[in-house]
Design a protein around this ligand. Structure first.
Ligand SMILES: N[C@@H](CCC(=O)N[C@@H](CS)C(=O)NCC(=O)O)C(=O)O
Length: 206
């Protein structure tokens, strides 16, 4: 099994975090670094595995290539059901999916767009709209505020149990530091407390 990734990028970190939470030894998976800044992910050879040209990609021993972070996570959840990170009962699964999608669309995506459009990091492959980037940064800030309120009644993002939604949220917040977006101790005390709890998990550091 091979994991094609770029260590500093947020989506590959989500996968590593998920795998480590499952108690799977990351050393048992061959990790191959793809230089996304240099455009290695856009080369024809890589696109044969993932036509979308993004990391992460998990290549199974039979050559099957799985891309999309959540598809890879689902593969590991199916093969290593404990601890459940995508929920057990139908209602848990639906609730966790609801929150994870919120974290992807309303937090990770705005942070990623703020990064791409304020730094021009990928200007070799896309048009850069700095106003759009700063607007996305403001959307992410509003999500920080929202989550701080949400955590008044919830220990974790999806409610009472740690789940993939926490992984998506913490990885997004950490990646936001690259563009100097930080949690504000005056406004985000609960979110900072949650962030410290999640960051203290051993899987947060892999
Ligand atoms: N929807 C995909 C998004 C993957 C993605 O955007 N990966 C980034 C790194 S975090 C990437 O490969 N960027 C390179 C590029 O856009 O050229 C997923 O969930 O895996």
């Amino acid at each position: 099994m091979k994991l094609y990734e770029f260590e500093r990028a947020p989506n590959p970190r989500r996968v590593r975090f998920f795998i480590a939470e499952k108690g799977i030894d990351l050393a048992s998976i061959e990790r191959i670094q793809i230089d996304i800044g240099g455009g290695e992910n856009r080369a024809a050879e890589f696109r044969q595995m993932n036509p979308m040209g993004t990391v992460p990609v998990l290549e199974l021993d039979d050559g099957t290539a799985l891309s999309e972070t959540m598809a890879i996570c689902r593969y590991f959840e199916g093969n290593h059901p404990e601890p459940a990170l995508l929920g057990q009962s139908v209602i848990e699964q639906a609730t966790i999916e609801m929150w994870n999608r919120r974290m992807e669309f309303n937090l990770l995506l705005p942070v990623a767009m703020a990064f791409r459009h304020t730094t021009g990091h990928f200007s070799d492959r896309e048009n850069v709209f700095p106003d759009y980037g700063s607007d996305c940064g403001q959307s992410a800030q509003r999500m920080f505020d929202f989550l701080n309120d949400h955590l008044a009644d919830n220990d974790y993002i999806a409610g009472r149990q740690f789940s993939v939604a926490d992984i998506t949220a913490v990885v997004s917040i950490d990646f936001a530091r690259v563009i100097k977006m930080r949690l504000d101790p005056d406004k985000h005390a609960r979110l900072i407390d949650w962030h410290e709890r999640i960051s203290a998990r051993p899987a947060a550091s892999v």
